[in-house]
Design a protein around this ligand. Structure first.
Ligand SMILES: [Fe+2]
Length: 400
């Protein structure tokens, strides 16, 4: 038996109307002054929001409402940290209700507020991997994460991804084992009615993550179990939701798939699609789910071909792609490398079809001239076979 470690996970509370229990939960956990971070309109227009605010007040909690817009940035984190320091100085918990951007912002805010003001001087950017000048000590406030979209699985992960776009842009993580949320609340009712474009992009992020976890060089029996179950639930739910079959059951399946993908990636890492996501997201303002959705088909096609060409060394990776195709109901895995390659290619075509309507890279400002540089900056992460720079550039050209 190989040796591996699975990181601590959040306390998970799942089910219809589970959000309603949040005020009592905060109270019984001894929290008295939470900052409540949301994405604004998407949640505040819902009945659940007015009921929650009322219940927070009834529970005698002093709380501060904060709003996030767009992809998480160091500036948006610093602004909320400053608001909390001035308006809720005894803040003892952070609640995030929203998509991956809201939860990532809140994760960084919790880590920022927990630092003494003098240590925080210079802002959260100082603690980001690759661009900061110091390491965060891991102190944080307890984070209660309530996803309103099914995508990044940030409610289960130890990192927050912050970005600044442009030629000198970056998309980097603030990371520490302690940043795994204290509690995740998965209430499918909060996700019912999520707009189709968001359901598609975030759903494809979750499917990409599950697939990359499943074929990862660092996969473990625990992450395999989560990836298989996540693909099974997420694949059929995403297809149903995209064909207009709205239901609480599908939203619940998609939400669990996203959660499993988060636990999976925190323990098995990711692959090339996410290797592209950092340089691409740093260059132009493109939603993370769109990058994943647009690239997962072509990347899967190139990787399964490279695995088939790698002979014996590629066998296990290829078999896993074929198994994923079977779990998703795309193809029978069959036996042996020829059948596995066929199943892997069918999977790639199926994934590309799911991305129809997301647009192309050029729609988000990318040009042919910058693709070689972006391909060079992309990393294979835990992809089971390496692709050279020319192939990585060709993949980007294919979706330009
Ligand atoms: Fe992702």
């Amino acid at each position: 038996m190989n040796r591996y470690t699975i990181a601590r996970q959040p306390r998970l509370i799942a089910g219809e109307d589970s959000l309603e229990g949040l005020p009592d939960l905060l109270h019984s956990d001894g929290r008295r002054a939470p900052a409540v971070i949301t994405g604004g309109r998407s949640i505040r227009g819902r009945d659940q929001w007015s009921r929650l605010v009322e219940a927070l007040m009834d529970a005698g909690l002093e709380f501060l409402e904060c709003t996030v817009r767009g992809e998480p940035s160091p500036e948006s984190v610093d602004a909320i940290v400053a608001d909390i320091r001035s308006d809720l100085p005894h803040c003892d918990a952070v609640v995030a209700i929203g998509g991956g951007s809201v939860i990532d912002t809140a994760k960084a805010v919790a880590a920022g507020v927990a630092l003494p003001a003098d240590e925080y001087g210079g802002g959260i950017v100082r603690f980001l991997e690759g661009v900061g000048d110091t390491v965060h000590p891991g102190s944080t406030l307890p984070l209660y994460a309530v996803p309103s979209t099914a995508g990044t699985g940030s409610e289960a992960t130890k990192n927050a991804v912050l970005s600044r776009t442009g030629a000198a842009g970056f998309k980097k993580s603030l990371r520490h084992d302690n940043f795994i949320p204290h509690t995740a609340i998965i209430d499918p009712l909060l996700q019912v009615g999520c707009p189709p474009a968001v359901t598609q992009a975030s759903g494809l992020d979750a499917i990409t993550q599950l697939l990359e976890v499943f074929v990862s060089r660092a996969a473990t029996p625990v992450t395999d179990a989560l990836a298989r179950e996540g693909l099974r639930r997420g694949g059929s739910a995403l297809v149903a939701l995209m064909s207009g079959e709205e239901s609480v059951a599908h939203r619940g399946d998609m939400a669990l798939a996203a959660y499993f993908s988060g636990v999976g990636l925190a323990n098995a890492g990711l692959g090339l699609v996410h290797g592209y996501a950092s340089p691409l997201g740093a260059r132009h303002d493109v939603p993370h789910g769109v990058v994943c959705g647009v690239l997962v088909g072509p990347v899967t096609a190139a990787v399964v071909r490279a695995l088939a060409a790698a002979g014996e060394e590629g066998r296990e990776g290829l078999r896993r792609y074929a198994e994923a195709a079977e779990i998703l109901g795309v193809a029978h895995a069959g036996d042996g490398p020829v059948a596995h390659l066929a199943a892997g290619e069918a999977l790639a075509a199926w994934l590309a079809k799911r991305a129809e309507g997301l647009g192309r890279l050029a729609d988000y400002g990318f040009t042919a001239a910058e693709l070689p540089e972006l391909a060079a900056a992309s990393g294979m992460k835990n992809t089971p076979v390496a692709l050279d720079e020319a192939t990585r550039t060709a993949i980007l050209q294919e979706v330009l």
